[in-house]
Ligand binder design. Structure first.
Ligand code: PMP
Ligand code: GLU
Length: 397
């Protein structure tokens, strides 16, 4: 039966982050004491004022029907204000498209820009779904590898070397999932100096972890550099910062011609995103980022706790993540070693062995383009983190 599937479907793999989360859920349902450090999902509930806005929208009895494809006008206006307030980017509502999660925003953009065999530059380590979505569009991922010693950041020379006449798009993620790296203004401006020389190369700037940064007060958006404004699609969403993964709200600010195409594609695919979630999103985006500071402070405390506990585990090499809620230790020192009766050959095996023996779920680095690493999410409570790292220490040391 499998070969009756399209090449497109056969060509891509399941999302490893989602698969690991499903595996943890399955073990948990069977009664095992699983601690899920695989999926990047805040354990908080969304703030009360957002929940109240959703309840109010239901009670108003006016928001049950299809919305405009690209989102309610007052939501798009709130998004424009947010972009101006937080990112110093000027967008008009006609440049905004609201979608069913940032994932749909990404595929809308890729389907709008890519033809078969176009090249798309993706710095590695990268978030799992970028590569698979590019493959789904029958385009070619061109990977730029980064190193732990360089905080997993690309430099302008590497970037320029990878651009050719076939390059259509670069996907840039700041703060980065899985490494937690955050580019500062200076570093970004050196990349912008390269990108502005190639006005046909578009830039998808995924800023979904924007508010979750620890050493920089505010993350710089590429579109705020006027030289490349016309090349950039700025992507954001409510999943991470507002702990609203299940509400499925993502959005882009983009040149009007890109936004129009995303609107057209979305109109054929999903019509619009959930109306009540859109009303709640207005409350979220109109509020001051100070109202979610308590979650960011908590992530910072957890990050520091994780760093302390990681120091006690032999064989992990890691750097200090400045943003998002992941740590990405190098684990290749375990390769070739016998761990409780099994010789470790790759990150998949290590992640699996850890899950089977300690009931701690992680995601292997191979999912993110580098097999020498393991991704550990710390979007869990402090007590769970302490328990998880205590188990890891006993198992690995
Ligand atoms: N971009 C990155 C970097 C992510 O980690 C995720 C994971 N959720 C997404 C996009 C997709 O987010 P959403 O839940 O809004 O689809
Ligand atoms: N983005 C999160 C992660 O990387 C959620 C799962 C997914 O969408 O990949 O774990």
């Amino acid at each position: 039966m499998k070969n009756r599937l399209s090449h497109r479907s056969q060509n891509i793999s399941y999302s490893q982050t989602i698969e690991m989360a499903a595996k943890s859920r399955h073990l948990k349902n069977k009664g095992y004491d699983v601690i899920n450090l695989s999926i990047g999902e805040p354990d908080f509930s969304p703030p009360k004022f957002i929940l109240n806005a959703a309840k109010k929208a239901i009670d108003e009895n006016m928001f049950h029907h299809y919305t405009p494809v690209s989102g309610y006008m007052d939501l798009k206006e709130a998004i424009c204000k947010k972009f101006y307030r937080d990112n110093k980017i000027e967008y008009k509502p006609s440049q905004i498209v609201v979608s069913t999660g940032a994932k749909q925003s990404i595929i809308n953009v890729l389907l709008s820009l890519l033809n078969k065999n176009d090249d798309v530059i993706i710095p590695s380590p990268y978030w799992v779904s970028y590569l698979q979505m590019v493959k789904l569009c029958e385009s070619n991922p061109v990977i730029i590898s980064t190193k732990i010693d360089n905080n997993f950041k690309i430099d302008p020379k590497q970037l320029e070397k990878s651009i050719t006449s076939k390059t259509r798009l670069i996907i840039f993620n700041n703060p980065c999932n899985p490494t937690g790296s955050v580019y500062n203004y200076q570093e970004l401006s050196t990349l912008v100096n390269v990108l502005k020389k190639y006005p046909k190369v578009m830039i998808l700037s995924d800023e979904i972890y924007e508010y979750i940064s620890y050493s920089i007060n505010s993350v710089t958006s590429i579109a705020s550099f006027s030289d490349v404004y016309d090349q950039v699609i700025t992507l954001n969403g409510l999943s991470k910062s507002f702990a609203m993964t299940g509400w499925r709200i993502g959005y882009i600010g983009a040149p009007e011609w890109v936004a129009k195409s995303c609107d057209k594609i979305q109109g054929q695919m999903t019509s619009c995103t959930n109306s009540i979630a859109q009303r709640a999103a207005i409350a979220a985006l109109e509020s001051s980022p100070d109202r979610i500071k308590y979650m960011i402070n908590s992530f910072r405390k957890r990050r520091d706790l994780v760093l302390n506990m990681m120091n006690e585990i032999n064989g992990f090499q890691f750097n200090i993540p400045d943003g998002a809620f992941y740590i990405f230790p190098k684990i290749s020192s375990f390769f070739g070693k016998n761990l409780h009766g099994k010789v470790i050959k790759n990150s998949d095996q290590l992640s699996e062995l850890i899950l089977d023996n300690t009931y701690i779920s992680t995601v292997s680095g191979s999912a993110f383009g580098n097999d020498e690493y393991l991704r550990i999410s710390y979007a869990s409570s402090e007590s769970k983190i302490i328990e998880a790292f205590t188990r890891l220490k006993h198992f690995l040391n």
